[in-house]
Design a protein around this ligand. Structure first.
Ligand SMILES: Cc1cc2nc3c(=O)[nH]c(=O)nc-3n(C[C@H](O)[C@H](O)[C@H](O)COP(=O)(O)O)c2cc1C
Length: 418
């Protein structure tokens, strides 16, 4: 029996989205959520690598339509819903073109694009030649992207997420090779492999890279990643770098509503309860292809992952901490029943579906790039900044406000943010 034969059809009330290929334009004018294991996947560790995905079992929840790719012990490694497919890119870790293609084929019907992770500095990636190790092995990196582009159907976009290399000229050489593989989009995390997450991203280096890619005349979107704290901040970063879009990780982990021009502020009051309802929800039994009885929920979130995510949500000093403390003490979802109330999550799920559906006809959310896109005063000035911040710059990002960045960038890019 094939892996998909048992439960691959969506439930009757879930429409399959139309198959609309992503183009580089779809990567433009956006503020995107960055890939994040731990926050987006149930456990720490190297789950999203090609070998694991090749063996994953695809299970569809018959009520919600949620699709889970389950690994060992039938825990979901990757969960998605058909409604998010037009906006969903699957990122894979790989050091092998054939395995990357095999993994991509496993998930490609549920996503719009496949991205190669070329930035993860963790040993579980790099020791196997994956993630940031690819940055110093451009032949392998490009052979994987070439294989993905050649072997996947044209409606599946192919992209890469890299980091800056210590030297700008090496970054440009790498980018040139990557762009020539025919990918649709390149995300650049503006930190080097050895930089710590709390060091300030080197976004001043990106403008030259963006101009370089545009100079090829090819159609590759460039996304900035690093230090963006929200919608307004994305406008600032975009105006400095000229990037097509901006991608947010840690700020979104702290407050998943930062993509909105009017993000929620008091998450204890507004966000955590609905989030808890959504991630646990219905305990529905279905039969897996392996013949065992398993449980699917809307998001199939492992309790440890839910707890981790809640612990990352930004707290306000004045906030009522009772809920947060209850989550920290709880050993499982049932410990929260009294606080959270009815566990259906249906309302939250319906609201999310409606808002995603509305986007199909809405204008792009972002960021028209203004005519007066800012240029650094001189290239040498931009390049001269140190790759490691001095002591004064080594504030944690949590302590910095967007306006701090605006002030600094005004000094380097007069007119920034106007
Ligand atoms: C919890 C966590 C998990 C991450 N997982 C991934 C990952 O799986 N793939 C990846 O390319 N980057 C990953 N990153 C890096 C982010 O995508 C992003 O490049 C980095 O955090 C810089 O963006 P920021 O300054 O907005 O945080 C992760 C970051 C965090 C905080």
């Amino acid at each position: 029996m094939s892996r998909r034969s048992l439960s691959s059809s969506p439930p009757r009330d879930i429409k399959r989205p139309r198959l609309i290929p992503l183009t580089p334009d779809d990567y433009r004018n956006g503020v995107m959520l960055a890939p994040m294991v731990r926050s987006g996947a149930p456990r720490l560790g190297p789950e999203m690598v090609d070998k694991a995905m090749v063996l994953a079992e695809r299970v569809v929840d018959p009520i919600s339509g949620t699709i889970s790719y389950n690994g060992k012990q039938e825990r979901a490694m990757f969960t998605c819903h058909p409604i998010e497919k037009p906006y969903l890119i699957f990122q894979v870790g790989s050091a092998d073109p054939d395995l990357a293609v095999q993994a991509a084929r496993v998930v490609m019907d549920d996503v719009s694009g496949i991205e190669l992770n070329c930035g993860c500095p963790k040993p579980f990636s790099t020791h196997a030649g994956m993630g940031a190790a690819l940055l110093t092995n451009p032949d392998l990196l490009c052979s994987i992207l070439t294989a993905l582009r050649r072997e996947l159907p044209p409606h599946i976009s192919v992209s890469a997420k890299i980091r800056l290399l210590p030297k700008q000229e090496d970054t440009l050489s790498l980018v040139e090779r990557i762009v020539n593989t025919g990918i649709n989009c390149l995300t650049i995390h503006c930190r080097t492999r050895n930089m710590r997450p709390r060091e300030r991203a080197l976004i001043h280096r990106l403008k030259e890279v963006v101009d370089f890619v545009k100079g090829f005349g090819g159609d590759v979107a460039v996304i900035e990643n690093g230090d963006c704290v929200g919608f307004e901040d994305a406008r600032r970063i975009r105006s400095i770098t000229g990037a097509d879009s901006v991608m947010i990780a840690t700020a979104a982990e702290a407050n998943p509503t930062v993509f909105s021009p009017t993000p929620l502020t008091n998450l204890e009051e507004t966000f955590i309860l609905p989030y808890l309802r959504l991630v646990r929800v219905l305990s529905l039994s279905t039969w897996s292809a392996r013949g065992r009885n398993i449980t699917c929920k809307y998001l199939d979130n492992h309790w440890a992952s839910t707890k981790f995510c809640v612990s990352q949500f930004k707290a306000r000093k004045s906030a009522n901490k009772a809920l947060r403390e209850a989550v920290i003490k709880a050993k499982g979802y049932t410990d929260l029943d009294a606080l959270v109330g009815t566990w259906t999550g249906d309302e939250e799920f319906t609201a999310i579906k409606a808002s995603i559906e509305a986007r199909a006809t809405a204008p792009p959310i972002l960021l028209p790039l203004s005519e007066d896109t800012l240029q650094p005063q001189s290239q040498s000035q931009g390049m001269a900044r140190k790759s490691r911040p001095d002591r004064g710059q080594r504030k944690t990002r949590e302590r910095r406000r967007p306006t701090d960045y605006w002030e600094e960038d005004r000094r380097h890019f007069p007119g920034a943010g106007t």
